[in-house]
Design a binder for this molecule. Structure first.
Ligand code: ATP
Ligand code: MG
Length: 381
């Protein structure tokens, strides 16, 4: 089963119909595959471009059966897919990443325990399963600390920063006293991430390191390559490859790091899939992270990860729509190098990822400046 290769026009599917699912579908179609989606909504970003759709919740059994009846290879766009469902699908279909990878990544307690058991460097952390764990966590980590729900957080949701000891118990209550991890606050110099891909033959490749800038806990921009020097860069890529190897995952995997001013890398978290910080690989690298997701799923040789040119990506959040439709013509007209990606989402809510811009430039800082300038021109002043 695992040595099987799916060649075009085989039928592939992705569980999850957001922007990541959409970009997987587009990559699969470009390579000649037929590509479907399991989507919660009929006209989401994925379903809009898919060759076929099943409208169901990601763990709905009849939906998964409908998916398996058509698709020979199945992947996921997010980690909050039921692991038993993936295991069930894998009995008759190629499913990549496998349920174990997804199961470890969908819970911060499991993820951190896993990293620690493999000797991987982490920000200081303690498990907080009940109120009784708060006091020991505080003593071990000091202040400020950050409480994060173990399950189902994204874009900083399910996180509370705690600056005073009297705020700790209320913060845990605010998170409804669900299992959490407490993390020591890291005064990082910057944040970086590495996208890696591990193929069905266990060969793995890493992309260059991306420099990430967050606003309000949401990714705002990525610049590749990150200006971190060859030693840190090699170490970050090796650590990300080590994570993929330890998980024995097949597919794309992203590792996010904090980098301290003394050059120390600490793993923040991982995602067993393409990542927002890898969107610029669509234009900037030999093979995009989505093409690699297709290749790994299908058992094909992996593509090249080298940068064709340095690049930067800036996210377009729903906030940009507050004064009406952004001025696409103005932004595109002022710099012919700007590449626009919109995900087809209806309803621009502040903080919602609606699209992104990518710019390639021989100088990565210039690439970022140009992408930021184009974004600034989207709104009327
Ligand atoms: P996403 O899935 O979108 O990456 P998330 O909700 O899983 O986000 P994290 O990656 O844990 O959240 O945190 C989001 C951001 O908040 C980080 O990228 C970082 O900027 C900040 N942050 C999180 N934990 C810490 C910490 N311990 N110290 C300092 N900053 C932190
Ligand atoms: Mg994160």
């Amino acid at each position: 089963m695992t040595s099987r290769v799916l060649l075009p026009p085989a039928n592939l599917a992705v569980i999850g119909g957001g922007q990541l699912g959409r970009m997987f579908l587009q990559a699969a179609q470009r390579m000649g595959y037929t590509a479907g989606v399991l989507s919660e909504v009929e006209d989401g970003p994925g379903a809009q471009v898919a060759n076929w759709s099943v409208v169901a919740q990601p763990d709905d059994l009849s939906g998964l059966k409908a998916l398996a009846s058509r698709a020979q290879g199945i992947t996921v766009e997010f980690e909050n897919v039921s692991a038993p469902a993936l295991r069930w699908l894998a009995r008759n279909r190629l499913v990549r990443p496998g349920w174990k990878t997804v199961w470890v990544s969908q819970n911060r307690l499991r993820e951190k325990t896993f990293f620690a058991s493999h000797g991987l460097p982490l920000a200081p952390w303690k498990p907080v399963r009940t109120k009784d764990d708060l006091e020991p966590a505080l003593r071990a980590l000091g202040l400020p600390l950050i409480l994060k729900t173990a399950a189902s957080g994204y874009d900083g949701k399910g996180q509370v920063r705690v600056d005073r000891d009297i705020d700790l118990a209320p913060a845990f209550r605010e998170l409804r006293e669900v299992p959490c991890v407490a993390e020591g606050w890291v005064e990082f110099a910057c944040e970086v991430s590495v996208v890696v891909v591990r193929g069905a033959d266990a060969k793995a490749v890493a992309y260059p390191v991306g420099l990430n800038h967050h606003e309000r806990h949401i990714l705002d921009s990525t610049t590749m390559p990150a200006p971190v020097g060859p030693i840190v860069s090699q170490e970050a890529r090796n650590l990300a490859l080590a994570v993929a190897e330890a998980l024995e995952t097949v597919g794309v995997l992203t590792v996010e790091f904090f980098l301290t001013s003394s050059g120390q890398l600490m793993i923040n978290e991982m995602a067993p899939r393409p990542h927002n910080s890898g969107h610029l690989t669509i234009e900037a690298n030999v093979a995009s992270q989505f093409e690699q997701q297709v290749r790994a799923l299908c058992g094909l040789p992996l593509g090249g990860t080298d940068l064709v040119q340095p690049a930067a990506m800036v996210n377009l959040l729903g906030d940009l729509w507050s004064g009406g439709e952004p001025l696409w013509d103005v932004a595109l007209g002022s710099d012919p190098g700007v590449k626009l990606h919109l995900y087809g989402k209806r309803g621009a809510v502040p903080g919602r990822k609606m699209g992104h811009l990518t710019v390639l430039d021989p100088d990565p800082r210039q690439a970022l400046d140009r992408a930021l300038a184009a974004r600034a021109r989207l709104v009327r002043r």
